[in-house]
Design a binder for this molecule. Structure first.
Ligand code: FE2
Length: 219
């Protein structure tokens, strides 16, 4: 299945190009990305379409929250202060929802390939083997609750974490880099799999994974 547009850009290239030149834009409006998926196996076009629309909702709400913050930012009214507090609390949910989905979909662009190179070497060194790392990562994916299985890299202490992020914001590890992001919300797989078939969804996720994109995330 192919979902792309003439102006589809590689999210990963764009992401790294953007963060390489630090800039501040007080009026940034986020735009939903498009993704050039390969021939997906085990993830249907309908599942992808529904999920992409949900992702676009996160982008829309990040922009909406920014507008509301601007509107209430200088309020002295008590009600306005509560409104400001609520949207400030919601920003982490919406922003991380946007960015995590971009990491998730980008992993399926191009041609499926195993994770190799420096990432595989470092994971094997830390966990004993790639199989041992994979087993722990999949176990995080099988955890009960709505959230994400994440592989993050801590550049300060040069080590990885397999960890669970509830919703999009609870359990994020500050200053780490996202290496692999697996959406385990039920909306991510319920078109194709039942909750009892979560393990099959995880297998499909890895079957379509482009390991080259994962490898490029290691700083
Ligand atoms: Fe999702």
């Amino acid at each position: 299945m192919q979902v792309e547009s003439a102006n589809a850009r590689s999210f990963e290239n764009d992401f790294h190009a953007t963060i390489s030149k630090i800039s501040v834009n007080a009026h940034t409006m986020y735009t939903a990305r498009t993704f050039a998926f390969g021939n997906m196996d085990g993830i249907s076009a309908k599942q992808l379409d529904i999920h992409i629309k949900l992702y676009e909702g996160y982008v829309k709400h990040v922009n909406l929250i920014e507008e509301i913050i601007a509107a209430y930012g200088k309020t002295t009214d008590e009600g306005g202060k509560y409104s400001l507090a609520e949207v400030k609390r919601r920003l982490g949910f919406e922003f991380n929802g946007m960015r995590m989905h971009e990491h998730y979909f980008a992993q399926w662009e191009g041609t499926p390939a195993p994770i190799e190179g420096a990432v595989a070497e470092a994971l094997s060194a830390q966990y004993g083997s790639m199989d041992a790392w994979m087993a722990e990562f999949k176990a995080v994916g099988m955890m009960r609750g709505i959230g994400w299985a994440m592989l993050s890299y801590d550049p300060l202490d040069k080590r990885f974490f397999n960890h669970f992020v509830a919703d999009h914001e609870l359990g994020q590890l500050n200053s780490t880099v996202t290496v692999l992001a697996l959406d385990m919300w039920e909306h991510a797989y319920m078109v194709d799999y039942t909750p009892a078939e979560k393990a099959q969804y995880i297998e499909a996720f890895f079957k379509n994974l482009n390991g080259k994109i994962v490898e490029a995330r290691l700083p």
